[in-house]
Design a protein around this ligand. Structure first.
Ligand SMILES: NC(=O)c1ccc[n+]([C@@H]2O[C@H](COP(=O)([O-])OP(=O)(O)OC[C@H]3O[C@@H](n4cnc5c(N)ncnc54)[C@H](OP(=O)(O)O)[C@@H]3O)[C@@H](O)[C@H]2O)c1
Length: 252
């Protein structure tokens, strides 16, 4: 397990400073990815590595992160533990949280997504000005279709995994929005539209919106995981949706 923090991007910046050039890697150079072993997380890690960032993948079992790249390191961590998070995120540029939503008890309060956001808010309180930006992957049921939020579907009943997942994502947004002194974004793919079995091609094209599911001219809301990862890395580099939530969808 490699826990070194300085890699390709840091060297590139130093070299460019010496020779008076602007580094091609933008503001977020070292990026922590919680959920790097997950279906969405592994695609985000690949996009970040391909752009030359230093990536720290976090897992409760870091041996599962079999990613061979000089600018990748794996660390053990729990996104629900403040102590663990402080050790990992201090001094990095951006943090991506793309974790499995469900906690042990099928309640929104126990959802890993909502506890992760609350833990990040607490960590920011400790780190102050030094705190990194956070980009959390949202859940499609927090978006609206024809003015109705997905989680208002009466079939999503309290006590079910679907309810905990939907409202866990919602509580994560509320935790960030209520916090002061935080730099955050929740980027949300369209509901059910990113098939884990078919990550799809990377076109590099996507559109950012607000609370509503985005559709292209044919009425399709689909975006591939690879293009969603492009949106997440663009956010990490350039903060296009600072302190708000944004739907990510296909171009018009
Ligand atoms: N259309 C949509 O709206 C849509 C589609 C896909 C995904 N999503 C959202 O995107 C996120 C990621 O989805 P996914 O399918 O990639 O998830 P996943 O594969 O089920 O899980 C992602 C990772 O979460 C990590 N994790 C769970 N509890 C953790 C903890 N306490 N500390 C640290 N890591 C923890 C696990 O890593 P370790 O076991 O290695 O620790 C796991 O690999 C979810 O929030 C999901 O709801 C939304």
């Amino acid at each position: 397990m490699n826990t070194g923090r300085i890699g390709t991007a840091g060297w590139l910046k130093s070299l460019c400073a010496i020779v008076g050039l602007t580094a091609t890697v933008a503001s977020a150079e070292t990026i922590v990815v919680y959920g790097a072993s997950g279906r969405v997380g592994e695609v985000i890690v690949a996009e970040a590595l391909q752009r030359g960032h230093d990536v720290i993948g976090v897992s409760r079992n870091p041996d599962s992160l079999a990613i061979e790249a000089p600018n990748f390191s794996a660390v053990q961590g729990d996104v629900t533990s403040l102590e663990s998070m402080l050790e990992i995120i201090a001094g990095v540029d951006a943090v991506v949280i793309t974790v499995r939503g469900l906690g042990p008890g099928n309640t929104p309060e126990e959802a890993v997504t909502s506890i992760a956001a609350e833990t990040f808010v607490e960590a920011t309180g400790v780190l102050g000005q030094e705190a990194p930006r956070v980009i959390q992957v949202g859940g499609g049921t927090t978006l609206r279709v024809n003015g109705e939020y997905g989680f208002d579907n009466p079939e999503i009943e309290p006590g079910t995994p679907q309810h905990a997942n939907a409202f866990g994502h919602w509580q994560a947004i509320e935790a960030y929005a209520a916090a002061d002194g935080l730099q955050w974004a929740v980027l949300t793919p369209p509901p059910g539209a990113m098939s884990p079995a078919a990550p799809g091609e990377r076109t590099g094209d996507y559109r950012l919106g607000g609370e509503d599911v985005l559709y292209d001219a044919t009425g399709d809301s689909t975006i591939t995981m690879a293009d969603f990862a492009v949106a997440v890395l663009d956010e990490a580099e350039a903060a296009q949706s600072l302190n708000r939530r944004a739907a990510v969808g296909p171009p018009e």
